[in-house]
Design a protein around this ligand. Structure first.
Ligand SMILES: NC(=O)c1ccc[n+]([C@@H]2O[C@H](COP(=O)([O-])OP(=O)(O)OC[C@H]3O[C@@H](n4cnc5c(N)ncnc54)[C@H](OP(=O)(O)O)[C@@H]3O)[C@@H](O)[C@H]2O)c1
Length: 286
């Protein structure tokens, strides 16, 4: 069983620092058994956090997660789902969360995120999220694709500072969040959920996985370049990584990356190819 560290949310709740993403999972009948086995392999190996959304496959990913978690102790799991921006107000959000719960086969979410900012005022979304917490439908709420200005604005809204996490794109080849967002979140005690931590197997940044620095550090650790990408985001104790895989062997390889500790030398080498930002960078999204 892998050891997966946790990070404390502002209220002290432990949140696993490694989870399984689910974008594109559950969409193909042909891949169903393989993807279900991948999620189950992760659960059997000790992964407890799963990240999903009503958007993914229009509910198909949530349905697959519901199938995967059947038989596991719900209280030990940490389920994260997301509401579409156009559903993040009343009354839609209450219908959205109920539909997510139904597909997941559970009666509460550990974390409910606003997927990205839309036209619904933040104050209305926060009010609804707070009601959902009060009613026990969700345990925490957070946001996604927020930059530092968005977080600042959120904190200006009544109860906006109850936001538990922000989920943004973060991988070695896209380090913009390190300039302003991560420091802001660190000072607020708010963990960052890093999405696309594998840069979608390198597709989001040409040359990332084959970069000589990445290959050299991988060689030093007897690891794969993708494992080094995971170890890179996980080096920060305020960061949670949620790589997605529909392949059981890949899931196990990703979990094993939790044990890789990058040295100062490793980080300098990686930074020589992919430097930390020296000035503000627009928020990267997919
Ligand atoms: N909040 C947001 O707006 C937002 C946006 C994007 C993503 N997300 C969340 O973050 C999660 C992760 O992001 P992502 O799915 O876009 O990309 P990712 O996790 O960076 O990369 C996924 C890709 O990597 C491959 N892969 C995974 N492990 C591998 C391994 N060990 N060896 C080789 N290939 C491997 C997968 O293929 P295989 O299936 O073949 O392994 C898949 O093609 C999503 O699933 C979703 O839950 C959130």
């Amino acid at each position: 069983m892998a050891f997966i560290a946790t990070v404390s949310l502002a209220d002290g709740t432990p949140m696993p620092r490694f989870g399984m993403g689910t974008w594109y999972l559950g969409e193909s009948a042909h891949a169903h058994d393989r993807e279900l086995a991948a999620l189950r392999a992760g659960l059997d190996a000790g992964v407890r956090l799963i990240d999903t959304a009503e958007m993914y496959g229009s509910g198909a990913a949530e349905r697959l997660v519901g199938e995967a978690i059947r038989g596991y102790n719900r209280e030990e799991l940490f389920l994260v789902s997301k509401v579409y921006p156009h559903n993040a107000g009343r009354p839609e959000i209450f219908e959205s969360v109920e539909a997510s719960l139904e597909r997941l086969g559970t009666d509460y979410l550990d974390m409910y995120l606003l997927h990205w900012r839309g036209a619904v005022p933040l104050s209305e979304t926060v009010e609804c999220m707070e009601e959902l917490v009060e009613d026990g439908v969700i345990r925490h709420w957070g946001v996604s694709n927020f930059d530092a200005d968005d977080l600042e604005e959120l904190y200006g809204v009544f109860c906006g500072d109850h936001c538990a996490v922000n989920q943004d794109l973060y991988h070695l080849g896209s380090r913009g969040v390190e300039y302003e967002i991560l420091p802001w979140m660190r000072s607020a005690g708010m963990p960052l959920m890093a999405y696309c931590p594998l840069a979608q197997a390198g597709d989001l940044r040409r040359g990332l996985v084959s970069d000589p620095a990445v290959v050299e550090v991988a060689h030093r650790h007897g690891a794969s370049p993708l494992q080094i990408l995971l170890a890179f985001v996980l080096r920060d104790p305020m960061v949670v990584a949620i790589p997605r895989s529909g392949d059981a062997a890949h899931v196990l390889e990703n979990i094993a990356a939790c044990d890789i500790e990058l040295s100062g030398d490793d980080l300098s080498l990686l930074s020589s190819s992919f430097p930390a930002p020296a000035h503000p960078v627009p928020l990267d999204i997919v």
